[in-house]
Design a protein around this ligand. Structure first.
Ligand code: 5GP
Length: 192
């Protein structure tokens, strides 16, 4: 095909605490054929997070420099706090090589990618219910009460964005949701 295309690029977004990270971790562990983009962030690493595997951890100054250089396909301030962004060069190279590329990003980022690359595939990960989403958010227990409240407010707005997406996957079980995602990407599901 001579036209540049981004059908090999899939964007997974959805409300906070819906389990995007868990689904993408499952895919990282079980689907080496999926090229999972590693984002840059100004958030400090959590225990167990590894530079270059979970994120590229950047200082505010380094992130500013990357923004000024136009290095990001998209970037956003998430939960009113830290900045997260997808590095254009690595994603372009992987798409060019024909890899099945997956970006797990927030809604603001998904909208930026849609504006830049409208023929990418946009997948919304939805919770089984609002009550379940709240339970998952509180249950995670890694954030302060203020942070949980802030994330719930963000989640309400994010849920309303579902119709902007090409597909919805309900995260009722991590493996089932991951299987549905990889089959949407044109790859086969996890062998059982
Ligand atoms: P966490 O701090 O829990 O790892 O991630 C917080 C949020 O940042 C999640 O909703 C995740 O989808 C989002 N996120 C991670 N990487 C990116 C990115 O490169 N761009 C955007 N826009 N959001 C991201």
């Amino acid at each position: 095909m001579s036209q540049p295309h981004h059908r090999g690029l899939t964007v997974l977004a959805g409300p906070t605490a819906v389990g995007k990270g868990t689904v993408s971790t499952f895919i990282r562990d079980h689907h080496p054929e999926v090229w999972l983009s590693v984002s840059a962030t100004t958030r400090p690493p959590r225990p167990g997070e590894v530079e270059g595997v979970h994120y590229f951890f950047k200082s505010a100054e380094e992130f500013d420099r990357l923004v000024a250089e136009g290095a990001f396909l998209e970037w956003a301030v998430v939960h009113g706090q830290n900045r997260y962004g997808t590095l254009r060069s690595t994603v372009d190279a992987a798409v060019e090589e024909g890899k099945a590329v997956l970006l797990e990003i927030d809604l603001q980022g998904a909208r930026q990618v849609k504006a830049a690359l409208p023929d990418a595939r946009f997948v919304f990960l939805a919770p089984p219910s609002w009550e379940e989403l709240v339970r998952r958010l509180i249950g995670r227990g890694t954030e302060s009460v203020e942070e949980q409240q802030r994330r719930l407010e963000t989640a309400k707005m994010e849920l309303a964005a579902e119709p902007e997406f090409d597909f919805t996957i309900v995260n009722d079980s991590v493996q089932r949701a991951a299987d549905e995602l990889v089959s949407l990407m044109g790859l086969s599901a996890t062998p059982r």
